[in-house]
Structure formats: structure tokens, C-alpha cells
Design a binder for this molecule. Structure first.
Ligand code: DX5
Ligand code: ZN
Length: 224
């Protein structure tokens, strides 16, 4: 699986997001990660479809929209209209997530399922073949800059094994506390899409940091 780097705008300068997108684009990022929070599922409020739409014509990089909101089914279409290329919903927020996943896929958009650190893989293992990719939270959602939770690492390898056993080549995205130091640790377990917010946007050179995280991840992948 090839390594993909997804800078999270949550840690970017909100007074000029277009400039922030250009910085990570020049660093060769693969996705732009939007953390959508409604103050209900997580104790924080960030942005909605308007911000996604405002940035859509600023770059061709695919938009990876992470919905940390209650009742996500209600907002799939507005985010697709705004320009999302990937939409991830949390299994903890959907009673019927297969309906939502199928709805996203019917619109030609990649559908992801996110799990909080405390949510077991048993919640999703019977639906593995219906979801385009998985997002495993390495922190409890709501804020950037939190401490990476190493005890979630085995969950990455278990999910990768579950997918391999079913012959599924899916992206496993990890999110929260990803840096040059933690990137090799998650790749070693089988992750290949790395979301990084503060490690990139709090660095002196976000563009260069995208490359450094990628190099750290690819160096580890080369050992696998
Ligand atoms: C947290 C968000 C993450 C977060 C990552 O709820 O889903 O994407 O912004 O931020 P860092 O990389 O700073 O931990
Ligand atoms: Zn996120």
C-alpha cells in the first residue's frame, strides 16, 4: 500500500486557510484532511461545508472530510456538494452506518468508517467489504496536538490482518498524534494514510514537514 500524507487543517492558521493549503500542497501532500466537529459528538466546534466549498477551487488535491458529528447522514450531500472527495463517518455516531456508507458510494465518493480508540473492531468486521477504507483514531477525537496513544497500535495490525484474510486491499488511515517519530510505528502495524495536524502546521516549514513525515513512513515501509 502506498503511503499517503493528509495534513489536517485543524492545526492550520484559520485566518488564511488558502495559504495554508498551498503550503502543504507544495510539500506534495496527497490529501487535505478537514476535521468537522459539531460540539455534540466531540466537545469542540470547527467548520462546515462552507469552508470546504471556499477551498475547493484553490487546489485539485482530494478533500478528506472527517465527520465528527451526530447524525452524519443528514450532512453527506452538503459536503459532497461542497467538494468532498472522501467522507468518513464515525461508527459511534451511526446506528445504520451501512446505509450511510452505501449512500456516499452511490454518489461516487470514497466512503470511510472511523473508530475511536475505545471502539472494538468487532463493530465493523462483518462489513469490511462494504467500506472503501478505515480511519483509526490514535487519540480521542476533538482536538489537535494530543498525546499519541500507543495502546491502539495493535488495533491497526488486527484490522490489516482482518482485511488481508478477506483479500481486501484497503487504505488504513490513522489520525491523531502522527509525527516523524510515530509515523514509522503506525506504518509498521499496517497503516498507510497518515493524518497530521500539529506536527505539520506547528513546524517552522510545513511544506518540508510533509516530506519528512513521508520519508520516515516510507523508510519503515521499505523494511516491511
Ligand atoms: C482530532 C482530529 C485529528 C487531529 C489531528 O479529533 O480528528 O485529525 O486534528 O491533529 P494532530 O495531528 O495535531 O494530533
Ligand atoms: Zn481527523
Amino acid at each position: 500500500m502506498n503511503i499517503k500524507i493528509a495534513p489536517s487543517l485543524l492545526a492550520a492558521d484559520f485566518s488564511d486557510l488558502a495559504r495554508e493549503v498551498k503550503k502543504v500542497e507544495s510539500g506534495g501532500c496527497d490529501l487535505i484532511h478537514f476535521d468537522i466537529m459539531d460540539g455534540h459528538f466531540v466537545p469542540n466546534i470547527t467548520m462546515g461545508p462552507l469552508v470546504v466549498a471556499a477551498l475547493r477551487d484553490k487546489t485539485d488535491i482530494p478533500f478528506d472530510v472527517h465527520l465528527m458529528i451526530e447524525n452524519p447522514g443528514k450532512y453527506i450531500d452538503p459536503f459532497i456538494k461542497a467538494g468532498a472527495n472522501i467522507i468518513t463517518v464515525h461508527v459511534e455516531t451511526c446506528r445504520g452506518f451501512t446505509y450511510i456508507i452505501d449512500h456516499i458510494k452511490r454518489q461516487g465518493i470514497r466512503a470511510g468508517l472511523a473508530l475511536n480508540p475505545g471502539t472494538s473492531l468487532t463493530e465493523i468486521e462483518s462489513y469490511l467489504d462494504r467500506v472503501d477504507f478505515y480511519l483509526l483514531m490514535m487519540v480521542n477525537p476533538g482536538f489537535g496536538g494530543q498525546e499519541f496513544m500507543p495502546d491502539v497500535l495493535p488495533k491497526i495490525s488486527s484490522l490489516r490482518q482482518l482485511c488481508l484474510n478477506r483479500g481486501l486491499e484497503v487504505d488504513i488511515e490513522v489520525d491523531g498524534g502522527i509525527t516523524r517519530e510515530t509515523a514509522p510505528r503506525v506504518v509498521k502495524e499496517g497503516a498507510n494514510v497518515l493524518v497530521a495536524g500539529s506536527a505539520i502546521f506547528n513546524s517552522p516549514d510545513p511544506s518540508a514537514e510533509v516530506t519528512k513525515i513521508r520519508q520516515a513512513a516510507e523508510k519503515q515501509e521499505g523494511k516491511l
